[in-house]
Design a protein around this ligand. Structure first.
Ligand code: ADP
Ligand code: G6P
Length: 737
């Protein structure tokens, strides 16, 4: 088994230059902190950015940067300051980040930023391809690299690629506003497996794929025609033991060895006995709800004045994306708010808010987590929020209360926390009071349950689960029972074709020779296709039969040639060359008058659907309807119809976005079977949908049956696209020229 290549915009190490030397510190943020443990333990390399612009690194220090990165299994990608401005501060953090967190008013659509995003994604792709060896697995992370899976797939079609989205995926209604929505989805679909923190994000993604790209979704699998892509939810965990053990060590530390912050915290507890500490830790980001949290704390002191001088909020905010205007404004707003609340309530002995605007070493984080009675985490939107999980993990005596916004992905796993709506001030304030007064037994009971869950679903387990699922997708790809037509199969097929005395080719039309169009009448054959198929029919000892569900008028108008036979309406009509249409069976049509009104009620209720009337069948098309509604209504309608038609010798066929009602005695298989009375030694049949399975089934064992697309089939082989079908048929033709 090869190595894993992890790629994220930012490496887990941050490099700074001071006095012509390098300073290395760990990166902040859930992605880097979480994934670091997986990286340290496994056989992986990590490709990403060091946090410095290439122009900022003096030539003499460049080898040192490489060396430092290498010592931690990392490979830096160089970004110029222009790329950082347009790709990182630009498209990543002024378009995708606000949009995916539902901050539409902050979202900028800038074509130059988009160009830079594409270029930098290509840069990352090149860096990956340079390191990629056979058997390696690629794991791409987060919203800065949404195009990367497809860019890698383009160069290396067979490689196994996973993608994990660390931030929310917004609802279709929000996502659809993005001008480059198709490109983004296609980029992501280059992966084999797409991971999200929650089921909701996964569903939002799948819905967008369905609505925007019109791919069919089967449970959590996207059928791209040539590939199946899976989406699933994997809530990211933390390195539970690391936090737990550090907290335990911290507890047994001799006084002389404690950090300055811990000394300050201890002093505070000593001089103001009985006062409580509330902690809040985040990157300074508008999604984290920091301003509202401060306001709510001010309101709390007002509503419950008995807590003045008896509680303190310690707020730690890490500087983040400081070149983006909204972050600068937020910093200003928070400085002012902290000043206002402290100014309003502070006494000689007490300041209500201690505010730190900086990153802190790991030990200090542990100091803060272990010394605080309450953690107040109130994001307005957050993909996961690891801080909430870290707080719970460090509570070694099981006390402490977590107040958590229900808008954080973590809330779905931490339901024993006090969950709040970050926009509901009264609820936040009352929850703070409830938390400060919660009996110890209740704290312990709640925390124990959450700790058990966090211990079990640690970051290690998260990564392992993702990787196992990723490998399974490749395995499924390899073990798909039907074989893809490859060069070896083609060689054999061409030999049989050339040697055959009598050949018959059954060709389905829609989805096989041409792609589907919204309106059936738009899927007309072009002159090249007509030329190709008629030339095949003109070959000696070769019979070409177009076998379609189309009505005989359309099929006859498009394909009137002495060299082609036609089967229309799923086998009801047959026409030999330029001869007359013949009925293959005598059929009764009285049922149509009864069924048509039922279909009409579904047309009325389902915008975009319509009825196609054929001579002996009725079809209800829902290709242009809202895909989800179309699916729901088609299931409903087929249940209704099945009740109505029982005992009437009718059947309901579910084709590609169409339900067709016709006499059960007629099938494409039966019609094809009738033509096999002559002795053919080369039988070939190709089709794409459910109705074609009838002739795959009916043909003798020596027939070569081919399905277009990768869904379940009785055919022996599959081919990915209708373009490849034309290519294969042209190859047949060239064999005899
Ligand atoms: P996000 O990914 O949006 O930044 P998370 O809560 O998921 O939010 O992850 C934040 C990570 O950064 C946590 O692992 C936390 O320990 C770390 N972190 C947060 N604040 C600081 C800080 N001031 N100093 C160092 N690390 C921090
Ligand atoms: C979040 C994102 C990460 C990002 C981190 C820090 O956790 O999901 O992709 O790395 O924030 O943000 P930054 O812009 O500093 O990399």
């Amino acid at each position: 088994m090869g190595k894993t290549i992890i790629i994220s915009n930012r490496l887990p190490l941050q490099i700074n230059i001071s006095e012509n030397d390098l300073e290395v510190s760990p990166s902040v943020g859930g992605l880097a902190t979480g994934l670091k443990s997986f990286h340290q333990e496994g056989d992986s390399i990590w490709i990403g950015w060091t946090g410095l612009a290439s122009e900022e690194i003096p030539e003499n220090l460049k080898p040192k940067v490489l060396e430092k990165a290498k010592s931690q299994g990392c490979i830096p990608v160089d970004l110029t300051s222009e790329e950082i401005e347009k790709f990182y501060y630009g498209f990543s953090n002024r378009t995708i980040w606000p949009l995916f967190h539902y901050f539409m008013e902050y979202t900028e659509f800038d074509a130059e930023h988009w160009e830079a995003y594409k270029q930098v994604n290509q840069k990352y792709a090149d860096a990956v391809i340079e390191k990629l060896e056979d058997g390696d697995t690629v794991w791409v992370h987060d919203y800065q690299l949404l195009l990367l899976p497809a860019l890698i797939r383009k160069e290396k079609p067979k490689v196994t690629i996973g993608f994990f989205n660390h931030i929310p995926f917004p609802s279709y209604e929000v996502f659809r506003t993005l001008p480059w929505r198709e490109e983004i989805l296609r980029g992501m679909l280059g992966a084999d497996l797409l991971g999200f923190h929650t089921y909701d994000y996964e569903r939002h993604f799948l819905r967008s794929v369905n609505r925007i790209l019109h791919y069919d979704i089967n449970f959590n699998a996207v059928n791209k025609g040539n590939r199946i892509v899976k989406a699933d939810s994997f809530p990211m965990g933390i390195d539970y033991n690391k936090f737990r053990n550090s907290a335990l060590e911290h507890k047994s530390q001799p006084k002389s060895e404690t950090t300055d912050i811990q000394k300050k915290l201890d002093y505070h507890k000593y001089v103001s006995k009985g006062t409580k500490l509330i902690i809040s830790i985040d990157r300074l980001d508008y999604t984290k709800g920091i301003a509202n949290r401060i306001r709510a704390f001010g309101y709390f002191l007002e509503k419950y004045p008995e807590y003045q001088e008896n509680v303190r909020l310690i707020m730690l905010a890490v500087p983040s994306r400081t070149n983006v205007p909204q972050y600068q404004l937020l910093k200003k707003e928070i400085d002012e708010l902290v000043g206002r609340i402290n100014g309003k309530f502070a006494t000689v002995n007490w300041t209500p808010i201690w505010y730190f605007y900086r990153s802190m070493p790991f030990d200090n984080l542990i100091d803060l987590y272990t010394s605080s009675d309450v953690a107040l985490i109130t994001p307005v939107r957050d993909g996961m929020n690891l801080v909430a999980k870290e707080y719970i993990a460090t509570r070694t005596d099981n006390t402490g209360v977590l107040i958590l916004s229900e808008m954080a992905g973590a809330a779905q796993e931490l339901s024993e926390a006090l969950l709040i709506n970050p926009n509901n001030f009264e609820q936040i304030v009352d929850s703070i009071k409830y938390a400060l007064e919660m009996p110890e037994e209740e704290q312990i009971r709640r925390n124990k349950i959450m700790q058990k869950r966090l211990r079990r679903y640690s970051v290690e387990k998260w990564a392992k689960d993702f990787m196992t699922n990723l490998r399974e997708t490749t395995w499924t790809r390899k073990t798909f029972r039907t074989l893809e037509i490859n060069e070896i199969i083609k060689k054999d097929l061409f030999e049989k074709y050339s040697e055959a005395g009598q050949r018959i080719l059954f060709l389905d039309y829609d989805g096989t020779l041409v792609n589907y169009e919204d309106k059936p009448e738009d899927a007309k054959p072009d002159p090249e296709l007509i030329e190709l198929i008629t030339s095949l029919g003109r070959q000696e000892n070769t019979r070409v039969v177009l076998i379609s569900g189309r009505d005989k008028e359309t099929l006859g108008a498009w394909w009137n040639s002495p060299d082609i036979d036609l089967i229309a309406e799923h086998g009801i009509w047959f026409k030999k060359g330029e001869g007359e249409w013949e009925l293959t069976e005598t059929l009764d049509c009285e049922w149509m008058a009864k069924i048509r009104p039922v279909l009409e009620t579904y047309v009325d209720r389902t915008p975009g659907t319509f009825i196609e009337e054929k001579n002996y069948s009725l079809a209800w098309h829902f290709r242009k309807a809202n895909p989800e509604l179309g699916e729901v209504r088609s299931n409903e309608l087929s249940a209704v119809l099945r009740d109505l038609i029982s005992d009437h010798g009718l059947s309901v066929l579910k084709g590609n976005k169409v339900l067709e009602i016709k006499n059960s005695s007629v099938t494409k298989g039966k019609a094809a079977g009738k033509l096999l009375e002559e002795n053919y030694d080369f039988l070939f049949a190709i089709g794409d949908d459910y109705t074609d399975e009838y002739f795959f089934n009916e043909l003798p064992d020596n027939a070569t049956t081919v399905k277009v697309g990768m869904s379940k089939t009785q055919a022996k082989y599959y081919i990915k696209t209708s373009e490849q079908v034309s290519e294969l048929l042209s190859q047949f033709l060239s064999l005899t020229h």
